[in-house]
Design a protein around this ligand. Structure first.
Ligand code: SF4
Length: 99
């Protein structure tokens, strides 16, 4: 997964210190296709396309786990699990409406 070295953006898919990537909720990161690209695809400038990132997510083995991680941890920026910030927000609202 790419390392995001820009100060304005959050780190991409950070692995908490002391957490083995193969364990539990972070195991999906081992096959993350975004790890093989630069962060600019997954953290595009405002108004830029997320199409390429979403295409990669669409064939990523960890897509569902990645999306659930982002929803659980309230990741606010970038494409996670094939959804943009706005799409995750809408999904969270739809799920909350079903409760
Ligand atoms: S679903 Fe997308 S953002 Fe998540 S690990 Fe795969 S490529 Fe990265």
């Amino acid at each position: 997964m790419p390392i995001n070295d820009t100060a304005e953006r959050p780190a991409l898919r950070p692995v908490p210190a002391g957490t083995a990537p193969a364990d539990g909720e972070l195991s999906w990161q081992e096959t993350a296709l975004c790890a093989q690209t630069g962060p600019e695809l997954f953290f595009p400038e405002p108004g830029s396309s997320t199409r390429e990132a979403k295409m990669l997510c669409g064939i990523c083995e960890g897509r569902e786990a990645c999306l659930e991680y982002a929803l659980t941890h309230d990741e606010r920026f970038g494409v996670w699990g094939g959804l943009s910030e706005q799409e995750r927000y809408a999904l969270r609202r739809r799920r909350a409406g079903r409760r």
